[in-house]
Ligand binder design. Structure first.
Ligand code: TRP
Length: 73
């Protein structure tokens, strides 16, 4: 198992309807899950055997081991 899969990341929505989209690991890169967050809601997630990338749509604060990023900037 990839050690990076242990790392959690946090997404905090700054507006209603922020989408957290999980993309599949492996040969095909497809959306497999879309989570909708409303303003102030937080999602705590990991990369897994099924999820290798995450796309975030909308205004949000994203916290990873690389730091804190704002999707607006
Ligand atoms: N069933 C998904 C998985 O185990 C759940 C998941 C984990 C997920 N991390 C995610 C969904 C990030 C969206 C974004 O991979």
């Amino acid at each position: 198992m990839d050690a990076n899969q242990n790392d959690y990341f946090v997404i905090k929505a700054k507006e209603n309807g922020v989408q957290v989209i999980g993309l599949t690991r492996g040969q095909d890169t497809k959306f497999h899950h879309t989570e909708k967050l409303d303003k102030g809601e937080i999602m705590i997630a990991q990369f897994t055997d099924h999820t290798s990338a995450v796309k975030i749509r909308g205004k949000a604060v994203v916290m990873t081991k690389f730091g804190v990023m704002d999707t607006e900037e």
